[in-house]
Design a protein. Sequence first.
Length: 136
Amino acid sequence: MGKLTPIELTGFAKQILKERRAFKYELYKKWLYMGGDEYKLITLPDKSTWALRMGNKKENYIHIHPGRYSLHTIRVRALTLKTAICVMAYINIYKISSPNLELINNVRNEFLNAAPVKSLSLTSGLLRLLKVFSKV
């Protein structure tokens, strides 16, 4: 949703870590755990916030993901994302103009073996994702 590409995003994160003298493994680890925290937040030039944590492997020690409620992100559960992807595929295959509650629940049941949603107003994350996906 944001304008930064993954390459630009990682480039800015790398620049910030170098400015804070926290890019190399041991320096990053020390900086990250300073103050008793297990993560740090950084803000990129597009005003998006990213959380940095310790990676699982020493060679991939920087783990980065969008901060909660960060600009340019939609935070949803995995099932909501799967639902949006399946619904978009379905409406594109069958040339349906726009999804409705019945169609969404049929897709959830048939392809995801998931319970129906009660209303679309309660699934704002789903509606926002469908809106973003329909622009692609």
